[in-house]
Design a binder for this molecule. Structure first.
Ligand SMILES: Cc1cc2nc3c(=O)[nH]c(=O)nc-3n(C[C@H](O)[C@H](O)[C@H](O)COP(=O)(O)OP(=O)(O)OC[C@H]3O[C@@H](n4cnc5c(N)ncnc54)[C@H](O)[C@@H]3O)c2cc1C
Length: 335
């Protein structure tokens, strides 16, 4: 494993883990994240808010997310991989690769200068700006969503919940609020080809929160932003796998990506260890259903107006409250 910064390293993130994601971690490493990676409040419910406002929102019955500190989580994941036998090259950047027959030659930029490694397969797990993905299949700027996050002192009449808020003039994907210690993390998803711009979307989210929940927002304590996938999924070719954000695995309506990253990496490993004649094709076949589902969510997101958002949240609320059901890898509140 070659990681260009650290680990540990910082990653802009909401830091919420679904039950499916936690189960994957426990299945692979035998335990969930350690105490030092848990953010107060450690457990959050899921509250879904339609365009008409909080009064028509609902808390998803039985749904719970783990609230984590991303830096500490990723440090633990890296250490766990090492404990299970992985060799981790810290501060080591993958610069280029070349395939030749049944091998891949990878050029690395290490602390001690340039180096090369030849391997049977390369797994591109290098995130939304993946150089490996770029060489196989480029994606355009409109195939990314930018999440802007502002941190404010905690205030207002709010439960310990992840608030998923849907209204087109704040975000064409979704907006959210996450309690983080004595702060609130406010986020909006922005698309390059659609209004609103970041400042407008965030401004409207703050107005909405002030009005509906008495949240007091002045100047943010901290501001940050980073991109996540928005469709155009590719699982790799030849001897090269793509997993996680490099593959394009992100949920446009919940922002979830960590579980997909771990799940796809596990599927890629299984394809190699299973001894298939063409492991990249076997992996692509296994991942197709999830890829199709996420692509369909992206198309649905682009086609949605507020009337449709309202209708979907109301229908989800009805179903949720009557059946108390669980569905899919993301929060069950996903409209
Ligand atoms: C603002 C925001 C909030 C989010 N909140 C959540 C959330 O609450 N829950 C959730 O499940 N998902 C969330 N996501 C999505 C989630 O962060 C990603 O889907 C997930 O991190 C993808 O994991 P990954 O391993 O594919 O990529 P990354 O986590 O981006 O890891 C890629 C790694 O590759 C390294 N790297 C990059 N290039 C190279 C190179 N050339 N050589 C060597 N190393 C390289 C990087 O340093 C990085 O450590 C959020 C995303 C954003 C932007």
């Amino acid at each position: 494993m070659a990681e260009k910064s650290g680990p540990p390293r910082d990653k802009v993130c909401g830091g919420l883990l679904s039950k499916v994601c936690l189960d994957l971690m426990v299945g692979i490493f035998g335990s969930g994240p350690p105490r030092e990676a848990i953010q107060d409040p450690g457990k959050l419910g899921v509250f879904v808010v339609p365009p008409s406002g909080m009064e028509n929102g609902f808390k998803v019955p039985g749904e719970e997310l783990l609230n984590v500190k991303r830096r500490e989580l990723d440090a633990w994941l890296a250490e766990s991989a090492e404990r299970h036998g992985a060799e981790l090259l810290r501060d080591c950047e993958t610069v280029a690769f070349r395939e030749s027959g049944r091998a891949v030659k990878v050029l690395l930029n290490t602390k001690n200068g340039a180096a090369a490694v030849t391997a049977r397969f390369l797994i591109g797990a290098d995130g939304i700006y993946s150089k490996i993905r770029e060489k196989i299949s480029r994606r355009s700027v409109d195939q990314r969503v930018i999440y802007a996050q502002e941190y404010h002192p905690r205030s207002g009449n709010l439960e310990d919940c992840f608030y998923m808020m849907y209204r087109g003039d704040m975000s064409p994907t979704y907006s959210y609020l996450i309690p983080k210690g004595d702060r609130l993390c406010l986020g909006v998803g922005i698309l390059s080809a659609r209004p609103p711009r970041m400042r407008e979307g965030m401004g409207r989210l703050k107005d909405w929160l002030a009005q509906d929940c008495g949240v007091k927002v002045k100047d943010p304590v901290h501001l940050e932003g980073y991109s996540a996938p928005f469709g155009n999924i590719h699982f790799g070719s030849g001897n090269v796998f793509l997993v996680g954000d490099a593959a394009g695995l992100g949920n446009p309506l919940t922002g979830e990506g960590i579980g997909y990253a771990i799940g796809s990496a596990e599927a890629a490993s299984r394809a190699i260890l299973g001894g298939a004649e063409d492991p990249v094709s076997a992996y692509t076949v296994e991942m197709k259903r999830l890829g199709d589902e996420l692509e369909s969510l992206v198309r649905g997101t682009l086609a949605m107006d507020d009337e449709e958002r309202e209708r979907r949240v109301a229908a989800r609320k009805q179903r949720s409250l009557s059946s108390n059901s669980r569905a899919g890898p993301g929060p069950t509140g996903t409209p």
